[in-house]
Write a protein that binds this ligand. Structure first.
Ligand code: M6R
Length: 608
């Protein structure tokens, strides 16, 4: 998704903007640009493609100045091109704007502007903003921006500069993330904290319909209607290295290795010294818990796959029916939501547009919403009634890994909390599960030692055109995650199947050498899985089995095997996903794919 950076101070803005944009690359983009004010003139450069193209062009033609804005674009309206890239300027190049979001009424605004004689040069929705600024400009940039913003419908995080007001930078936020960084004699705006973390740890989190006027030595925050806002500063307590690769070849590899710590950080504050779940931030009382008639679990992609496992846990221990849905479908159905419905939304970024829309619908219908998210201050976290943060640290690779495993343990703790409050699970059983949750961190460390075996498996399958993942029960949900991981970073077609469904159609695709990853970690379904594995073996499949370490006899049936340490069935996905993540990684590596930034994908999907 688009990334915004802005700078005002005494230093060379160009370097700071490019450095900030590099830190936002993980959001996904197809073009990049910057604009800088200098000597009452705006100079700009913008290009389709990677930041290196912009950097090369700036080497030939440096843009000098101490105030500027930068942008990485992920195309929505209009194809990726130099012209459609941001910043967008008014005719005459007096004002420049960077925008993240979608202006929903841009066609109407564009027509009105065309009637007034404006000629547009791009296909973007954004371009109406500098043109409206031009039309309403009265010399006072703040007032002009306020007038223009009142005409906009949709979502927008904006950074705006004006050659005639070279000592101010304006930021506006509605439904797209934007933060303000407070420095010494310099200030910043950005879509996300890593973009400015090497410059300052002091951050203001803008809320919807808020804006800020930044000068080099002051920041004034207000509502877009001009009402003053007093905002607390947020001190970032994680390290800049946490947002960088830290010696690994890719963020994805680094983030997989961070899973033991991420899990520990996520569960520790929620388990008391007696080994009981104590989720302070999730303060729904026993009476409410007892009256819950159903749970909706709504999310997208990997977060949805975590939600499926959460469903199994809540149903088993808290004895509440859980309806799972992908967020992009949820609100177009006819969900049965009332005040006794608990909605759980799961979102790493906390900015996924469909998940947010589902949350809003649930609130409208009076359900309580619990958000599981990884990003403090994200829109989902602000709009939900209750927030359970996964303390995984920034996840930069597009492929979600540590967010998934921390979502799994969060859902396990939440299911225990609800179960205890409802009295549906005995304390001793819950304590035993919590104890096992605590051991997961160490067990993941064991799984991460399989690298050589997995590399060898990757050698066997990386040339394949189709790879199948099969499982039953929770292993089927995990198969979905393994398959998604593989396809998104290696570009190999892959499907996840409930193993029992194979013979209802998909078995026809299994041929000599077809790789099948068979996950069989559920004790009560193990024998059934063995039959399914034999079915595909009989058709010549190359089978990689993922089983608990006590099931050594599988070696006689499959071609390769990965063992996971003994663990309760409900918790096995947290361990068994690790070899699947590693397999996806090493297959993608063998295929020379852009692992951290797979084609066509964005980290944070802020449009529907
Ligand atoms: O930020 P979110 O968790 O809401 O994102 C949801 C999906 O877009 C995300 O999990 C996506 O499927 C990942 N790229 C998968 O690795």
């Amino acid at each position: 998704m688009c990334g915004i950076v802005g700078y005002i101070g005494n230093k060379d803005a160009t370097n700071i903007l490019i450095e900030g944009l590099e830190k936002l690359e993980y959001r996904g983009y197809d073009s990049a640009g910057i604009a800088v004010v200098n000597n009452h003139k705006i100079n700009f450069a913008k290009h389709k493609g990677r930041l290196s193209i912009l950097r090369d062009s700036l080497e030939k033609n440096n843009l000098e100045g101490n105030v500027g804005i930068g942008h990485t674009r992920w195309a929505t309206h209009g194809e990726p091109s130099d012209l459609n890239s941001h910043p967008h300027l008014n005719p005459g190049n007096a004002l420049a704007v960077v925008h993240n979001g979608i202006i929903e009424n841009y066609l109407i605004l564009k027509e009105e502007l065309i009637e007034k004689g404006y000629e547009f040069v791009s296909d973007t929705d954004t371009e109406v903003i500098p043109y409206l600024l031009d039309y309403y400009y009265n010399g006072n940039l703040l007032e002009t921006v306020q007038t223009v913003v009142s005409k906009l419908e949709g979502s927008y995080a904006l950074g705006i500069i004006d050659k005639n007001n070279p000592d101010i930078l304006i930021a506006v936020r509605k439904d797209s993330p934007l933060i303000i960084g407070a420095g010494e004699g310099e200030n910043f705006i950005a879509s996300d904290i890593p973009a400015i973390l090497s410059r300052t740890r002091k951050v203001y989190l803008l809320e919807n319909d808020e804006m800020a006027v930044l000068k080099k030595d002051s920041i004034e925050i207000m509502k877009t209607d001009g009402t003053k806002v007093d905002k607390e500063i947020y001190n970032v307590d994680w390290d800049v290295e946490a947002a960088e690769k830290g010696g690994y070849d890719h963020f994805m590899l680094k983030e997989m290795h961070e899973q033991p710590k991420a899990i520990k950080d996520t569960i520790s504050p929620r388990i008391d010294k007696n080994g009981k779940v104590n989720i302070k931030e999730f303060s729904l009382n026993e009476e409410y818990m007892k009256n819950i008639n159903k749970v909706y679990m709504v999310a997208c992609g990997t977060a949805y796959h975590a939600g499926l496992v959460g469903k199994a846990l809540i149903e088993k221990y808290a004895k509440i029916p859980v309806i799972t849905d992908v967020a992009s479908e949820f609100r177009y159905g006819n969900p049965f939501i009332d005040k006794n419905t608990l909605m759980i939304v799961v979102s790493q970024s906390g900015e996924t547009a469909d998940t947010l829309a589902a949350l809003r619908l649930a609130k409208e219908k009076k359900a309580k919403v619990l958000a599981i998210t990884n990003v403090v201050g994200s829109t989902v976290s602000r709009e939900a009634d209750y927030v359970f943060y996964t303390w995984a640290g920034p996840e930069i690779a597009v492929a979600s890994t540590k967010a998934y495993t921390t979502q799994l343990v969060s859902l396990a703790l939440i299911s225990m909390d609800i179960a205890i409050k409802r009295g549906t699970t005995e304390g001793t059983i819950a304590k035993g599960i919590v104890e096992e949750i605590r051991e997961l961190s160490e067990k993941i460390n064991v799984m991460l030692k399989y690298i050589d075996e997995i590399k060898n498996m990757a050698d066997n399958i990386y040339k394949s055109e189709d790879i199948f993942f099969i499982g039953r029960g929770l292993d089927y949900y995990l198969a979905m995650e393994g398959s998604l991981k593989l396809k998104e970073i290696s570009y190999i077609h892959s499907e996840a199947m409930a193993a029992g469904e194979l013979k209802h159609g998909t078995l026809a695709l299994i041929d000599r050498g077809t790789p099948v990853i068979a996950i069989a970690t559920q004790d009560k379904l193990y024998d059934k899985m063995l039959s399914n594995i034999k079915e595909v073996k009989a058709r010549g499949a190359f089978v990689i089995g993922v089983v608990k370490e006590s099931n050594k006899e599988i070696e006689k049936i499959v071609d390769k095997v990965v063992y996971i340490p003994e663990v309760k069935d409900e918790l096995s996905p947290t361990l068994a996903v690790v070899p699947l993540q590693l397999l996806a990684y090493y297959v993608a590596l063998k295929r020379n794919c852009d692992i951290d930034k797979p084609r066509n994908l964005a980290k944070s999907v802020t449009v529907e």
